[in-house]
Design a protein around this ligand. Structure first.
Ligand SMILES: *[C@@H]1O[C@H](CO)[C@@H](O)[C@H](O)[C@H]1NC(C)=O
Ligand SMILES: CC(=O)N[C@H]1CO[C@H](CO)[C@@H](O)[C@@H]1O
Ligand SMILES: CC(=O)N[C@H]1CO[C@H](CO)[C@@H](O)[C@@H]1O
Length: 528
């Protein structure tokens, strides 16, 4: 059995179509690259500490929460006009909350340990992806017709982080409806990459990636159905963890997912320092944290390591950048030298159908047979469904409230077939079996987070299937941590995703700590 001629032709037509479309838009479009390309360096040492270090200092009264919050507010005020990452702040409320924290610590008699146990993030600022409900903040996800809609409560993981003492500074930019891997929309504008303002910060959690990468936030939260945590974390040089499915609640995010999609989305932490990943995940998981046995120690020497350098050359996905192949090879060499392990290079032919598999599973009905809401319906709300070709015309006249990405998605949707391809379903089953055998309970896989370094703005429109590298991991239901690996010769972040068996998140988090120690973790984009 193989991919039918029609399916193959469909993929190629799509690719050519995107190429032509992009060439056309480059000629017609008003998009220009930003003149000023760099951020000022981080100067306040408070901005260069992990959330765990900051909370300890605050508890020990070595620094006040107000001082910490002020430091981050100042940095946001400096960089945000350049990156457009934070789309709504709550600075005044945050400063009041910080003052309350300082008062609580002055008056507390329980000692540091009690506070650490009950309030592990006490007094530490955090940023929140706008699609998560944060009480009183916009509930719009970059959609123009939702301007002015506010959240009336907190999404569960946001509430848990607040209850642990974190102080939200505001909410961050996303793609329109979180449906694309560039954070651009006509409500908040475009979000820029801290390492090169003419490039994308990724998406859909691109505002988080950008504000973290800029050194203007230390911890944040994202959601990921095809790479929305890992891609922006990779493009912006920070850590991002896609949790095992079903552990962190996905309630109270806009838009609602439908069909089978809720099975593949995961919320998780994004941060600049690897040591914050595990405590954040523990907090965000609430009562489900037990399922991850996060307190069990991981001995890296006892794990089995695998490396897959590329997807086996899918014709619709870019080839992996040489510098990324090299960086991954360096990780392999260091692991072997430092830990005395043998890293096995493997090849799984099914990976080259990553996009088709992801696309097929996104379209499957839920267990009651209800199909997912088509993009065109979602994008057209509250009116009638979007008519993609008409919308292209409106876009060209500068009249569309939607981004080109949203329009392209509804165009792609028009090519969907009514029945999933049996070949693709079989490829997925085969891959699932291969991954389970490979990883077992002690296997760790290195796989590129993305084939290209952070692309220029709008370029993802003509490599629309490149998120297959992250998307396939969602469909396989596995946890994965994107880890930064220093900078490329152009000064853009390198990285790799570390995938482990389901509910064995603690293993990829342990590898993240090792990679940070070995490769230096996040770099100040202003220091270059
Ligand atoms: C956000 O908006 C959606 C759709 O309008 C609504 O269902 C949801 O309850 C809102 N969330 C919050 C927390 O207000
Ligand atoms: C560049 C840009 O469009 N920035 C906007 C980001 O969102 C805020 C809040 O809506 C606007 O005030 C900015 O103009
Ligand atoms: C299988 C599938 O998802 N089919 C959908 C294709 O798109 C149309 C409209 O865009 C939907 O109505 C179908 O349900």
């Amino acid at each position: 059995m193989s991919l039918t001629g029609i399916e193959r032709a469909q993929a190629w037509i799509m690719r050519v179509f995107m190429g032509v479309l992009f060439a056309l838009f480059r000629i017609l479009s008003p998009w220009r690259s930003a003149e000023f390309r760099g951020l000022p360096p981080v100067s306040n040492p408070l901005l260069l500490m992990s959330a765990m270090q900051l909370s300890q200092k605050i508890r020990r009264r070595e620094v006040s929460s107000v001082e910490v919050v002020e430091a981050f507010i100042n940095r946001i005020q400096t960089v945000n006009p350049l990156i457009n990452a934070l789309v709504q702040d709550r600075f005044e409320a945050a400063l009041l909350e910080a003052a309350q924290v300082d008062k609580l610590i002055q008056e507390s008699s329980g000692g540091e340990e009690v506070l650490q146990d009950r309030l592990p993030l006490l007094g530490v600022p955090i940023t929140i992806k706008e699609s998560f409900a944060l009480q009183g903040m916009p509930n719009a996800t970059g959609v123009v017709f939702r301007r002015g809609v506010l959240s009336t409560r907190d999404a569960p993981p946001v509430a848990l982080l607040k209850r642990a003492g974190a102080i939200p500074l505001g909410v961050t930019n996303t793609s329109e409806f979180c449906m694309w891997y560039e954070s651009h929309n006509h409500l908040y504008g475009i979000c820029n990459n801290p390492y090169d303002l003419a490039r994308t910060s990724g998406g859909s959690s691109g505002g988080e990636g950008s504000v973290l990468g800029s050194g203007a936030s230390v911890i944040g939260i994202g959601s990921d159905i095809g790479g929305s945590i890992r891609m922006p974390s990779f493009f912006c040089g920070v850590f991002g963890h896609k949790t095992s499915p079903g552990v962190v609640s996905n309630d109270c995010q806009y838009p609602d997912l439908s069909g089978c999609q809720p099975d593949y989305v995961s919320s998780g932490p994004m941060c600049r320092y690897a040591e914050d990943l595990l405590p954040m995940l523990k907090i965000m998981s609430g009562p489900n944290a037990d399922r991850l046995s996060l307190s069990v120690d991981v001995d890296l020497r006892k794990l089995r390591f695998f490396s897959i350098p590329h997807d086996g050359c899918s014709p619709i996905v870019s080839s992996v950048d040489k510098q990324l192949i090299q960086a991954q090879r360096k990780v392999v060499e260091r692991l072997e030298a430092d830990l005395g392990v043998k890293v096995q290079e493997v090849f799984l032919p099914g990976l080259k159908y990553g996009f088709q598999i992801w696309n097929t599973y996104m379209g499957l009905p839920d267990k009651d047979g209800k199909p997912p809401t088509p993009f065109s319906v979602l994008f057209g709300e509250p009116g009638r469904p979007l008519w993609p070709l008409w919308e292209v015309a409106r876009w060209m006249m500068g009249r569309s409230p939607h981004t080109m990405a949203a329009i392209v998605l509804s165009l792609i949707e028009m090519t969907n077939s009514s029945k999933p391809s049996p070949f693709i379903l079989k490829q997925k089953e085969q891959l699932q079996k291969e991954f389970e055998e490979l990883l077992g309970t002690d296997g760790v896989l290195l796989y590129p987070s993305h084939p290209l370094l952070a692309p220029k703005h709008h370029h993802p429109l003509f490599t629309p299937f490149n998120f297959a590298y992250t998307g396939i991991i969602n469909i396989l239901g596995l946890p994965s941590t994107q880890c930064p690996l220093g900078l490329s010769k152009e000064g853009l972040p390198l990285g790799v995703q570390v995938v482990t068996g389901r509910f064995l998140d603690r293993q990829s988090l342990a590898v993240a700590l090792y990679l940070e120690k070995t490769f230096g973790g996040w770099r100040d984009p202003g220091a270059a």
